[in-house]
Design a binder for this molecule. Structure first.
Ligand SMILES: [Zn+2]
Length: 224
């Protein structure tokens, strides 16, 4: 079985791919903190139910940031009904999996995304991912097609969206399948999020501390 089918998402691989061209700080397990409150653009098909899941996830993260005492918040969410660059998302994932995630491999649609944080609600078969890629202060999330397993299991897409936004904020993975940010090198799969009642999985205490370290109480935006 390919690694792509056993991993929850491609965040670590994506970070490793950019580490060679990024600052040493970017090579830490956790990602780089935002210097400003990112405006979020969500791109998808009309009536895609995941638009609402993004709203829910952003509210979750902003509530969590408030709860831990951070001064940082994610910015406004803009919904954009537009074609999703499926082939570019697939190409990006394939180049990362093939160890070719360097700057030259980045598809055009991911080079200049419309938001500070752009979330593409895909319809096709690729591993959900989050990455900084080449834009120094922009980040991109790609979400696997909602009708494909395990995204079509109840409560899974909700948590995958929240998980990838967690990476976009700067969190890495843990190894506990009862936690939202479980992933590589643990064998967590998105299917563990299956639940009959809608709920978001929690964060670890370490992750809450890390959020406050990256984004302290007196966090203020700085010029990019
Ligand atoms: Zn992940």
């Amino acid at each position: 079985m390919l690694p792509s089918l056993t991993s929850k998402c491609l965040w670590f691989v994506a970070v490793a791919a950019v580490a060679a061209m990024a600052s040493p700080a970017a090579q830490a397990q956790f990602g780089v903190a935002w210097r400003y409150s990112p405006g979020i653009v969500v791109v998808g098909a009309e009536a895609d139910p995941r638009f609402a899941l993004v709203d829910e996830a952003v509210a979750f993260w902003n509530r969590t940031l408030a709860d831990v005492g951070s001064g940082f918040r994610l910015g406004a969410v803009e919904r954009r009904v537009a074609p999703v660059p499926e082939e570019d998302l697939q190409a990006q994932v394939n180049s990362i999996l093939g160890g070719r995630g360097g700057p030259a491999s980045i598809p055009q649609a991911l080079r200049n995304p419309p938001g500070d944080l752009t979330i593409f609600l895909g319809e096709s078969d690729f591993v959900s991912f989050a990455g900084p890629f080449d834009a120094a202060w922009k980040r991109v999330v790609g979400i696997r097609g909602k009708d494909l397993p395990p995204m079509n299991l109840p409560n899974v897409a909700r948590n995958v969206v929240a998980h990838e936004i967690g990476h976009a904020i700067g969190l890495g993975h843990n190894g506990d399948p009862t936690q939202l940010m479980c992933g590589r090198p643990a064998t967590c799969r998105p299917s563990v999020f299956r639940a009959d009642v809608p709920r978001l999985f929690p964060l670890t205490e370490d992750e809450k501390r890390e959020l406050l370290r990256m984004y302290p109480a007196d966090w203020k935006p700085r010029a990019p």
